[in-house]
Design a protein around this ligand. Sequence first.
Ligand code: SAM
Length: 277
Amino acid sequence: MSTADLSTRARELSWYHTIDLGEGVVTPGFFDTRATVSRVPLPASLAGKRCLDVGTWDGFWAFELERRGAASVTAVDIEDPDRWDWPPQSRLGAANADRLRYLAEFKSGGQSFALAREALGSAVERIDCSVYDLHPDRVGTFDFVFLGSLLLHLRDPVGALAAVRSVCSGEAVIADTVEAIPSLLRPRTPTARLAGVGEPWWWQPNAAALRRMIESAGFEVLERSGLYFLPVGAGHPPAPLLRSLRNAARSAEGREKLIIRLKGIPHVAFRGRPVAR
Ligand SMILES: C[S@@+](CC[C@H](N)C(=O)[O-])C[C@H]1O[C@@H](n2cnc3c(N)ncnc32)[C@H](O)[C@@H]1O
């Protein structure tokens, strides 16, 4: 594929991830996960390992696992956003028209993954499978599993983590959204805010609650990152600062949104392994 072809094909698609496709073509992602790679406790080498990336979207993390020498990488995602586990109420109302447009745009998720895979000369295999349906009989087991920024969108994050545990024979890294202020103010007390209405997410845990979800699903935590922030990418629409400031004065949720507006989405990553049973 020529540089001009690659650039044209990349421009025709919507991108969640900012991915350097080579030849000077960088995708205008909704988020720029490149900035967070050094904060996530991924093993430096995955040589010889069978790896799984859960909720891959354009495949940024799957390609990163491959770059670290994985023997094979399987990536799972759900092609049809109508099958996502978003709160039913987040799909209702005029206020969510933007979100629905955003969803419709991102229905091209599988195509952007395919283009990135081709451009990078990758061998990652992508399959349509919900995290809830991960089972050794269906996908086998994996030496290493990565799950990023997915739990917040799930009604049953612990059930999803238990399914991940069932296919993890080695280690897993779970890097997910947390609320920043409760993470800093209550470092040892698990707390979570339930959205479920008006937002496309369910639980917003603090770091202690994310850890507790992981432990209660049957993992032993080996390592924890510090709090880090996932910055938006070139494809993200600008959020009006004045509105963010006004909302911050009104509620704890508004203050979290202001942090997101200024710094990016707060995350914490845990490396763990299944507890022997
Ligand atoms: C917020 S994006 C995170 C993308 C990527 N994992 C990352 O960390 O940058 C959530 C991804 O999970 C996928 N997803 C949503 N519900 C899912 C489910 N039940 N099972 C598997 N993937 C799901 C979405 O299609 C999307 O690709």
